[in-house]
Design a protein around this ligand. Structure first.
Ligand code: NAD
Length: 261
């Protein structure tokens, strides 16, 4: 198995894209640390499922990624219980949709903290042991919004552009150490994050639910279908393969052609 005896920390993996990535890494033997929020019984079921998939340990941290001390504690616990991560997937993210003049400052701060600053903290804490081992994979879930903008998403677009720039910088710093650093930039993926922004977009633009899905979300995507979490997970797994050793500093789109337009 590709990731036997390797440890993978996947932030925001109790749902959506992160959960699909956690499953695909565990299926290749990785000891996975899950992170994110949700129902504790459901999360325990997922943790057990991952341990079964890998035939090894799996753990869960409820660290709030808006809190740098909690990130520190999560990585210390991961290192104690599973080993130091050699695959780090920075995937946790939140969204808020509102015009910039009425964008709540506390939402701005939260989006920047979780979607961007947490990526800095996990990276700075995990990189030293990857370097020492001479092998590491840092995979950041960015977004088509790391490349292009949409109205009413100022904080998210700013944060995701930041993730893309941060990814390139760390890729250069780690280039000689066997550590690759990349981002995956999906278009719209059908997950709770997208579903939850439909009511706000309806309000902001005065549209019905169907209009938001077809005229706002899928309007951007020439394939006219949502990307699936499993497709994103397949690319994350590919980036862990030896054949992907020269892919670093890349921002790989998986957006049904959105940013090709
Ligand atoms: P999701 O809402 O299904 O999952 C988000 C995960 O992050 C959950 O596990 C949640 O508990 C966790 N999370 C949220 N706040 C957190 C916090 N403060 N601390 C720790 N964990 C926290 O969303 P998703 O669509 O799977 O999004 C995953 C990533 O993919 C995000 O970074 C998002 O920006 C990105 N993305 C999503 C889409 C899409 O269309 N769904 C498109 C492009 C990029």
């Amino acid at each position: 198995m590709l990731l036997k005896d390797k440890v993978a920390l996947v932030t925001g993996s109790t749902s959506g894209i992160g959960l699909a990535i956690a499953r695909s890494l565990a299926a290749e033997g990785a000891r996975v640390m899950l992170n994110g929020f949700g129902d504790e019984h459901e999360i325990e079921t997922i943790r057990k499922e991952l341990a079964e998939l890998s035939g090894d340990l799996a753990a869960y941290s409820d660290a709030n990624l808006a809190d740098p001390q909690a990130i520190d504690a999560m990585i210390a616990r991961c290192t104690d219980e599973l080993g130091s991560p050699s695959v780090l997937v920075n995937n946790a993210g939140i969204q808020h949709v509102a015009p910039v003049e009425s964008f709540p400052p506390e939402k701005w701060d939260a989006i920047l903290a979780i979607n961007l600053t947490a990526v800095f903290h996990t990276t700075r804490l995990c990189l030293p042991s990857m370097r020492q081992r001479g092998w590491g994979r840092i995979i950041n879930t960015a977004s088509a919004h790391s490349l292009v903008a949409s109205p009413n998403k100022s904080a998210y677009v700013a944060a995701k552009h930041g993730v893309a720039g941060f990814t390139k910088t760390v890729a250069l710093e780690a280039a000689k150490d066997g550590v690759t650093v990349n981002c995956i930039s999906p278009g719209y993926v059908w997950t709770p994050l997208v579903e939850n922004q439909i009511p706000d977009t309806m309000k902001a633009r005065g549209l019905t639910r169907e209009q938001v899905m077809n005229d706002v979300l899928l309007a951007a995507q020439p394939t006219k279908r949502f990307v699936t979490p499993v497709e994103v997970a397949g690319l994350a797994l590919y980036l862990c393969r030896p054949e992907a050793g020269s892919i670093t500093g890349a921002n790989i789109s998986m957006d049904g052609g959105w940013t090709a337009q």
